[in-house]
Design a protein around this ligand. Structure first.
Ligand code: G4P
Length: 195
C-alpha cells in the first residue's frame, strides 16, 4: 500500500533492529486519512467474505479497526487488556504474552458481542510474534465463531508471527511487510506490497 509505505519511509523511526516507531500516524498521533485508506484496503482484500464483526485489541488496533468496520458497516469489538481479573461467566478470556513488553496480559471480550456463526475479521496495527493475533483468534474460536482472516497494518516479516499464523491456516493480509530494520534502515519484504 503506497501511502502507508511512504508514511513508514518518511515518518518511521528505527529504534533498534527490532522496533519501528510510528507514533506520528499510528501509535500515538493517528492519521485519519491514512486510516480511512487502510480500512478500504482491508475491505477490498477480504471482499466477498461476508464479514459481520471486526475484532481488534486496544489501543492502537482501534483506529484501523473502526475504519474497516465503518467500510463494512459492521460493528468493531476491541478486546480489553487486563493484568489480573476475577473470572466471570459473561466474558471470554485469553492470555497473551508480549515479548516486547515482557509481560502477560489477559484479554477479554464480552460473550454477548460474539456468537456462533459470526464471521470475524481480526485487525491489528503490528504483527511481530503473533501473540496478540493468536489470542484474538482463540477468543473467536471460544465463541464458536469463524476467523475469516487477519488484517495487519505493519508486519515485521523478520519475526515469526505471520508464518506461524499461516501455518495454522489463517489468512493473513499485511498492508506492508518489513524484511529488516538493520543498520537503521527500513527494508520492505517485497515491492509487490506497493499499490
Ligand atoms: P505480537 O502480539 O505480534 O506477539 O507482538 P509483541 O508482543 O511483540 O508486541 C507487543 C506490543 O508492541 C503490541 O502493542 C504491538 O503492536 C507492539 N509492537 C511490536 N513491535 C512493534 C514495533 O516494531 N513498533 C511498534 N511501534 N510497536 C510494536 P501493544 O502493547 O498492544 O500496544 P498498543 O496497541 O496499546 O499501542
Amino acid at each position: 500500500m503506497k501511502l502507508l509505505k511512504e508514511k513508514v519511509i518518511n515518518e518511521g523511526i528505527v529504534l533498534s533492529d527490532q522496533v519501528l516507531k510510528v507514533d506520528s500516524f499510528l501509535n500515538h498521533q493517528m492519521d485519519p486519512i491514512l486510516m480511512k485508506e487502510v480500512g478500504r484496503e482491508f475491505v477490498r482484500r477480504f471482499e466477498g467474505e461476508d464479514i459481520n464483526r471486526v475484532l481488534t485489541i486496544e489501543s492502537s488496533g482501534i483506529a484501523p479497526g473502526i475504519m474497516t468496520a465503518l467500510e463494512l458497516e459492521a460493528p468493531l469489538i476491541f478486546a480489553r487488556k487486563q493484568k489480573s481479573l476475577t473470572l466471570r461467566d459473561d466474558i471470554f478470556v485469553e492470555k497473551v504474552y508480549s515479548f516486547t513488553k515482557q509481560e502477560s496480559n489477559e484479554i477479554t471480550v464480552a460473550k454477548k458481542f460474539m456468537k456462533p456463526g459470526d464471521r470475524v475479521l481480526i485487525i491489528d496495527d503490528f504483527l511481530a510474534n503473533g501473540e496478540a493475533a493468536f489470542g484474538l483468534a482463540r477468543i473467536v474460536e471460544q465463541a464458536g465463531a469463524e476467523v475469516v482472516g487477519i488484517g495487519i497494518v505493519i508486519e515485521k516479516a523478520f519475526q515469526p508471527g505471520g508464518r506461524l499464523l499461516q501455518e495454522k491456516g489463517y489468512r493473513v493480509e499485511s498492508l506492508v511487510r518489513i524484511a529488516s530494520l538493520e543498520n537503521g534502515q527500513v527494508t520492505f519484504a517485497d515491492e509487490e506490497d506497493g499499490i
